[in-house]
Design a protein. Structure first.
Length: 320
């Protein structure tokens, strides 16, 4: 005998009803909560149909929801098909919200409540399984459902906004030293920089250079590698910071020079830096120097084997 879901649908039913009939509400809800937040299979199924229909038509399905049911009913378990049919058979114009703002508020509060319930359930399973690290990961990955609002700017009217965009020097984070900094200009908060090139052309070295300059400029830097071991990372960064080599060997040493016309060019050369000093007292003295230079800057290294760090895992690391 089929087991039917018995869930209180008073709020959920109203949210789903409004989604079917209201285009503005679907647009709002898509940014506030995904269909998986609905408690019942009815809610999850119909919300998915509404969202998909909106993605293709930029409109709420309205009475077309019955056509969607006919197209997709064969994909549903019998119990779910019966539940959805019973719900949609009462479809009415009265489902359109009278007060859109009130309906948005009701939907947002419903999504927020459901997200907390789901977090509570996940934490309960982690505690029962004595998987403490999983519990903390769930907390770190939790995001409160919210309606993302973006304020528009008119380039033909908002003079103040344009002036502020060029006058806000607080967003400058750091500059690379020398001619490179003059060419690149400042690194600005929210910049996204990618280094592109063939293998073994120095991309990792450039990333390390950015990281050390940023840290010594007083910023908190997290450097994550998916290819170097922890020991390799420590060696490379410490040699870069201290200007030393592991064995005191001769190394390539290109430098910038300026010709008579003032143009910069690279001159290839050789240099024999001192060998790294591994005495604890010497290392601690250098660390003290770096702390003073960086003014609260930090440089933390993390390494993961290739394929063991997902985007969600990276976000969790950043939040932690």
């Amino acid at each position: 005998m089929l087991r039917r879901e018995k869930i209180e649908l008073s709020i959920e039913r109203r949210v789903i009803s409004n989604l079917i009939m209201s285009t503005p509400l679907i647009a709002f809800c898509k940014s506030a909560g995904d269909p998986s937040l609905f408690e019942s299979s009815l809610g999850r199924i119909v919300a998915t149909w509404c969202y998909d229909y909106y993605d293709h038509t930029s409109a709420a399905p309205g009475y077309a929801i019955t056509d969607l049911y006919r197209q997709k009913v064969s994909e549903l378990p019998t119990a779910d098909a019966d539940m959805v049919f019973a719900f949609l058979s009462t479809c009415s114009d009265e489902w359109a919200p009278d007060n859109l703002e009130l309906s948005k508020d009701m939907a947002l509060k419903y999504f927020q409540e459901r997200s907390l319930v789901r977090l509570y359930e996940k934490l309960g399973r982690a505690i029962q399984g004595k998987d403490i690290s999983r519990g903390y990961t769930e907390i770190a990955q939790f995001t409160k459902p919210d309606a993302h609002k973006s304020e528009g700017v008119s380039l033909f009217k908002d003079a103040g906004e344009i002036a502020n965009a060029f006058d806000n020097t607080e967003e400058e984070l750091f500059r690379m030293p020398g001619p490179l900094g003059a060419i690149m200009g400042p690194i600005i908060r929210e910049d996204f920089i990618a280094l592109v090139g063939p293998p073994k052309c120095g991309k990792t070295w450039w990333l390390m250079n950015f990281a050390t300059v940023a840290a010594l400029s007083g910023l908190k830097v997290l450097f994550i590698s998916l290819e170097m071991s922890k020991v390799q990372m420590i060696r490379r960064f410490w040699q870069m910071l201290t200007g030393t080599t592991r064995y005191g060997e001769e190394v390539d040493w290109p430098t910038f020079t300026f010709d008579e016309s003032g143009k910069a060019r690279v001159v290839e050369g050789k240099h024999t830096p001192p060998m790294v000093d591994t005495r604890i007292s010497s290392i601690e003295a250098m660390q003290s120097t770096f702390r003073k230079m960086s003014r609260r800057g930090q440089l933390e290294l993390r390494n993961y084997s290739l394929g063991n760090l997902s985007i969600s895992g990276l976000k969790s690391e950043l939040k932690n």
